[in-house]
Design a protein around this ligand. Sequence first.
Ligand SMILES: [Fe+2]
Length: 204
Amino acid sequence: MASLERLPEPGTLNIGTDGAMAGRTGSYEKRLADMVGVYRDGDAYRQVLAENGPDAIVYRVAEHRYSDGPGELIVGTSTLLPGRVGDEFTVTRGHLHALPDRAELYHCLGGHGVLLLETVDGESRAVPLTAGQAVHVPGHWIHRSVNVGTEPFVTLFCYSADAGQDYEIISEAGGMARLVVSDGNGGWTPRPNPDHVGYRKAVA
Ligand SMILES: [Fe+2]
């Protein structure tokens, strides 16, 4: 058993509805140039890239972690800016956990978004989220955030520190099975992605 002196101090965090996280141990940003191949409409992506530049921020992540060890948690915020690429709403890259049985909590702090959830067996869910609503994502669900509103879509997340991320499972499949697109009336709708060829079943 670890002695008390060797235990980390409890993390005290101040979390804003804008995703700001005082007390974080790390952060990163994903920019337009990082999203090559994520959106189905390549011409629309190149147009958005030309209009906004490669350094335009798509989403920010702030997090607090002690270590990557089993039993530890990663707590953080994701702030996904609004916008569209063609008729597809802005998304995070999305992933399956590298240890696929690891679950995750997403609690919406602000904005209007959708958590797009899929299994390798073809199940798909699009769960709308606004402030105060949360999704407890079981293990084995591929997940991605989508901003279907006009303000930043901010979520507080929490998952096992040893979970890791498998991003390639989506790119190898030609994208997720569903795209979240404009319905033409100011709303959103999930639409089958014709480029999706199915997920690999055996996760490396
Ligand atoms: Fe995750």
